[in-house]
Unconditional design. Structure first.
Length: 126
């Protein structure tokens, strides 16, 4: 259908399409369609290359939109005296990388880490 973001004749979208104007949902839906088409393998090589390149740009656009949204998220906390406040949502702590254990190797208990989670009593999240 014209005007709804569906593919042009031949399965490829025109190179001049504005990806930057797409919403996250629209870009993700188009990316899903591209992946499905490529997985079926029913495309010519030149069409597959164009679809792959557009898919890469769509994935980058979706990532950028998610990053911007993440920066806008705030957390509601109860402050001193029961007052509700907003503060930027801190990203989760990064996971600790565990060493790879070869199959059949004995498992050893991980050393105790003394970095317990510190909670400010004046900022208890809901």
């Amino acid at each position: 259908m014209k005007g709804d973001g569906s593919e042009a004749a031949g399965g490829a979208r025109p190179a001049g399409d504005d990806i930057g104007g797409l919403s996250y949902e629209r870009a993700l839906a188009e990316l899903d369609q591209i992946i499905e088409r490529l997985e079926r393998g029913a495309v010519a090589l030149d069409e597959a290359i164009a679809a792959y390149e557009r898919g890469a740009r769509l994935a980058q656009h979706c990532g950028s939109l998610l990053d911007r949204t993440e920066q806008k998220i705030t957390q509601l906390v109860v402050g001193a005296g029961g007052r509700i406040m907003e503060k930027p949502l801190a990203p989760e702590r990064e996971a600790v990388e565990l060493p790879l254990v070869p199959p059949g190797a004995p498992l050893a208990r991980a050393p105790h880490r003394g970095d317990a989670l510190e909670i400010d009593p004046d900022e208890i999240p809901f």
